[in-house]
Design a binder for this molecule. Structure first.
Ligand SMILES: *Cc1c(COP(=O)(O)O)cnc(C)c1O
Length: 481
């Protein structure tokens, strides 16, 4: 397939003003300062060339609207289109962020009520809706933790992070100035309590934890962990990026967590990926409310208004965050209702366990126990045929499925061959069965025809790009050969 630059024909144009409606020169219409002094290297193509080029490119893409997308730890689920529509309503998109609060009472009410719903779902006391991503929410959360200790005149320098944690956790802690200390996992995939006890001290701000953890397993000793950390005056941070397993079943606030972030762009009806707008709402317990970013939305009697927490860590984003993501989360929560939210989690968990039960014979999981909303299988048994997990994932593309997350989590005892499947609640049994059957078929192919897998995918325009090179040395400017 040609690049649009390769389709360029000298002198070809899409549209130009007709002589009879346009007299004079371009300088009469556009001020001097706005005119470029250099000739831009743009492709010279017609309108139909442009339309066909981009339409063709869009067909090479694969998204949740095309088919199954079981990318573990990402919650690539179907999001109702009606919520996208609601987020486009003029009253939301046209509201000026500097408008006086009297004129945007509805928007403030939406934020207030969304906060109330998130408090109810998580068991926290107050939320900021300002952060624009999960990682951004983490940074806000750990900055709040840092300020809490500084405010007591006893700053702490370390943060505990389990080895199974999402990579953003250590990154956020380091950005907030903490020294990251790793806590090991035990034989059943949970936090090793002895290691935790040995490492938790009074110079440690606390622990960043995910439950279910990043291998999709429920952390059974959460009470003990909370006791160890709290007994040294530390705080528990909950990475709630994947709340799909807990809605309406367990509340992090009740389990002893002090700070929580949620990815509204995973669980709460905003598609995520490609760096699109997100929202990493952060919730805290009472003793941390005064450190939240400013401003917060309040219900000040007659009106909804804004208030400044007394010892706020400050502003973390322009205006009110990615407001349309909040609109979608609000609409989704209301349309699901409490019972619907619970069913989301129950269905996510059942779907993942169904995949695990059907595939564990073919792709041995590291831990043989029930999972939550995602399961971690491995491709380790096919190494002896010269087949890597990467080859299995690539072969799935030939069968019309987006591959699951692979090589993550990447710590022992997974021997680097992990396959993390998150079916989400939005898939029906037929689709999941189809996926299971294909996975079983591929396990046969791995033994009988490994070459087929190593050369997969066979049906895509590009088969095996050098992903590392594309990442490290991206070619972003077209150069004529
Ligand atoms: C996705 C994810 C994050 C990061 O969220 P972003 O919005 O991509 O910054 C953090 N933790 C976990 C467990 C996640 O799955």
């Amino acid at each position: 397939m040609k690049l649009i630059y390769e389709k360029s024909v000298k002198g070809r144009i899409g549209y130009s003003l007709r002589k009879d409606e346009f007299e004079g020169s371009i300088e009469d219409f556009i001020p001097e300062y706005a005119l470029s002094k250099t000739k831009k290297e743009l492709p010279e193509v017609s309108e139909v060339d442009v339309v066909r080029h981009f339409t063709r490119l869009s067909k090479l893409n694969y998204g949740v609207d095309d088919g199954f997308y079981p990318l573990g730890s990402c919650t690539m689920k179907y999001n109702p289109k009606v919520n996208e529509y609601l987020a486009t309503l003029d009253n939301f998109t046209q509201a000026h962020p500097f408008a006086h609060i009297e004129f945007v009472q509805g928007n403030l009410r939406l934020m207030f009520e969304l906060e109330e719903a998130l408090k109810e779902i998580t068991g926290m006391d107050r939320f900021t809706l300002m952060p624009s991503a999960g990682a951004h929410g983490e940074l806000v959360g750990v900055l709040i933790m840092r300020k809490y200790f500084e405010d007591q005149g006893k700053p702490r320098s370390k943060m505990l992070i389990p080895d199974s944690a999402h990579g953003t956790n250590p990154a956020s802690s380091a950005m907030a100035g903490f020294k990251v200390v790793e806590v090991k996992s035990n034989a059943v995939g949970n936090v090793d309590l002895d290691d935790l006890k040995a490492k938790m001290d009074e110079d440690t701000a606390g622990i960043m934890l995910t439950n279910p953890n990043t291998v999709g397993l429920f952390e059974r000793q959460i009470q003990e962990i909370a006791e160890v950390v709290h007994s040294k005056g530390g705080l528990l941070y909950y990475d709630g990026a994947n709340l799909n397993a807990l809605l309406g079943i367990v509340r992090p606030g009740d389990a002893g967590f002090d700070v929580v972030h949620l990815n509204l762009h995973k669980t709460f009806s905003t598609p995520h990926g490609s760096g699109g707008p997100g929202a990493g709402a952060v919730g805290v317990k009472k003793n941390l409310v005064e450190f939240l970013p400013s401003p917060l939305v309040c219900n000040c009697g007659k009106y909804f208004g804004l208030e400044e927490p007394r010892k706020s860590i400050g502003r973390v984003k322009a205006f009110f965050g990615n407001f349309t993501v909040l609109v979608k989360a609000y609409a989704w929560i209301l349309s699901m209702g409490p019972q619907g939210l619970k069913e989301v989690s129950e269905t996510s968990i059942i779907n993942a366990n169904y995949v695990l039960a059907k595939l564990k014979k073919y792709y041995r999981p590291a831990y043989d126990r029930f999972c939550m909303h995602e399961c971690v299988l491995t491709g380790r048994d096919y190494k002896e045929y010269g087949v890597k997990t990467l080859d299995i994932a690539k072969r799935l593309i030939d069968y019309g499925f987006h591959p699951p997350t692979i090589y993550f989590p990447h710590f022992e005892p997974y021997a680097q061959e992990t396959i993390m499947v998150e079916p989400t609640e939005s898939e029906g049994k037929e689709t999941i069965d189809e996926f299971i059957n294909v996975m079983i078929k591929i396990s046969e192919e791995a033994k009988t025809n490994p070459q087929l897998l190593k050369e997969a995918p066979h049906i895509t325009y590009v088969s095996r790009p050098d992903e590392v090179k594309a990442n490290r040395e991206p070619v972003l400017v077209y150069k004529e050969k």
